[in-house]
Design a protein around this ligand. Structure first.
Ligand code: TRP
Length: 477
């Protein structure tokens, strides 16, 4: 059977942007930003998206389009080594970890969407009365499990329908809807009292604050950048493997990263004014994972016609979350299809059945060895898996593919992209893995805080060594 491919060029871009745009932008981004001091975090995060995210996306695209297989098969075929094929299983595991907690959060969103929609037709949404208490009572347990199943079923349905009729068609509808609704909501939020304060907290760019907090926000900023761009789990390898034409990968990567950043910033423009209008100052009290639910629900409750706005808002989030969760489910599914010749449908059934269980554990959120499972999976576990996963991808591109990666990047690319190909390979082979390992160490609490100038010096030295030692394209082959 011939391998499936995207029907249109826009199909790939929208599917990949749909994967990137998700709960990471709307649910995770505002509270991670608030936890890390607002604008200082935003600045570092945007820098990492540009300098690590875009080259990283390109790395995954190059592997995927060249390999024409899901991660395990692509890594094995391109390297000619079975060990890389075995490493590919790592991405399957990461994807399962991701979707296990993601589907639970998706379930919360579905529930709030349903509640709000009931509000539109007359009954007051239950969460309006006591938002904090309400969230506490539905976040874990049988309720959370039920909605997790519902969200997973919707996800499975799209993946079940295949690359063209499911993922491509679905994201072509979902993505534009998300953009239009978010712009509308941001304009509306701007008219709320407290908007000015919120903008000051969120958008003020203060160099002194950025420098003072640089090392503290580095780890979370890198983690958020990878998460929001869907990097490090092989999603983008898988999606790029369905491209069957020569066209500019650098162009696509730039469009996808820009769209994703736009939605993240827009989501902040919705969420922060609402929090401030409620008198919640995110720099004082950390809103945490409940921010979206407790904070916003409270704001909606105080508004005349709040149920309508709430329905629109949670509707956007459901669509954004679905276009991401399908990209997670697609990783293990394409693995079973490519490596074991399973049909798409049985593969979806098998993986979904597994995620019913693993997601169920997150939904009931038991405490194992003193750690609550949900927080551990959604936080440190996923951050670590994604960082390690991306480092491996980058090293593969730089040191195993080498010149092949350059050729793949250039194929279909314009002059500008072709000109940056060699510096890109250096960055991908040397600078970015070094940087990511460094952020990983800071995440693990290793005190790597050398201060600004010594670190800048070390960074320049590594860069110079790379340029000197790997001057020619051949050196990387
Ligand atoms: N990027 C998505 C978001 O922001 C989540 C996501 C989808 C993802 N696929 C991924 C994250 C693969 C990491 C890896 O919500």
């Amino acid at each position: 059977m011939a391998r499936e491919t995207w029907a249109t060029r826009a199909g790939f871009i929208l599917a990949a942007a749909g994967s990137a745009v998700g709960l990471g932008n709307i649910w995770r981004f505002p509270w991670v930003t608030a936890d890390n001091g607002g604008s200082a975090f935003l600045a570092v995060y945007l820098g990492i998206v540009l300098l690590v995210g875009v080259p990283g996306l390109l790395g995954e695209f190059v592997i995927g389009r060249r390999g024409q297989k899901s991660p395990a098969g692509a890594l094995r075929d391109l390297s000619g080594s079975r060990a890389w094929g075995v490493w590919g299983v790592f991405y399957v595991i990461t994807a399962i970890a991701l979707i296990s907690f993601y589907s639970v959060v998706g379930g919360w969103i579905l529930r709030y969407f349903g509640e709000s929609a009931l509000g539109v037709v007359g009954t007051q949404p239950t969460y309006f009365a006591a938002p904090g208490q309400y969230f506490g009572s539905v976040a874990a347990g049988p309720d959370a499990f039920g909605f997790h199943l519902l969200f997973l079923a919707l996800t499975a349905l799209v993946v079940f329908a295949g690359v063209r009729r499911g993922i491509e068609l679905g994201t072509k509808v979902m993505m534009p809807a998300v953009l239009v609704l978010l712009v509308g909501l941001a304009v509306w939020a701007g008219s709320r009292p407290g908007a000015a304060e919120a903008y000051a907290f969120y958008l003020a760019f203060d160099v002194a604050t950025v420098r003072a907090n640089f090392f503290d926000v580095l780890g979370p900023a890198a983690g958020q950048a990878l998460f929001t761009l869907s990097l490090g789990a092989g999603t983008m390898i898988t999606y790029a493997s369905y491209i069957d034409e020569d066209r500019s990968l650098p162009f696509d990567a730039t469009v996808i990263a820009t769209l994703n950043t736009l939605v993240g910033v827009l989501a902040g423009l919705v969420v922060f004014p609402l929090l401030f209008s409620l008198g919640v100052d995110p720099s004082q009290t950390s809103p945490g994972p409940g921010a979206l639910f407790v904070g916003l629900a409270g704001a909606f409750a105080q508004l005349p016609g709040g149920a309508v706005v709430a329905t629109a808002f949670f509707g956007v989030v459901v669509l954004a979350a679905l276009s991401s969760s399908i990209s997670m489910l697609e990783i293990p599914v394409s693995f079973l299809v490519d490596e074991y010749g399973l049909g798409r449908r049985p593969a979806v059934g098998l993986v979904a059945a597994g995620v019913v269980v693993t997601g169920g554990v997150c939904a009931f959120n038991p405490t194992i060895a003193g750690t609550a499972v949900f927080g551990f999976v959604a936080g440190p576990l996923v951050d670590t898996l994604l960082t390690v996963g991306l480092v491996a991808v980058l090293l593969f591109v730089g040191w195993v593919m080498g010149r092949d990666a350059l050729a793949e990047l250039r194929s279909g690319a314009g002059n500008l992209s072709a000109a940056v190909a060699t510096p890109w390979l250096l960055a991908v082979g040397v600078v970015l893995p070094t940087f990511l390992v460094f952020t990983l160490l800071t995440t693990f609490g290793v005190d790597a805080d050398l201060g600004f100038w010594p670190t800048a010096l070390v960074a320049v030295a590594i860069g110079a060594a790379a340029v000197a030692g790997l001057r020619t394209e051949r050196a990387l082959v």
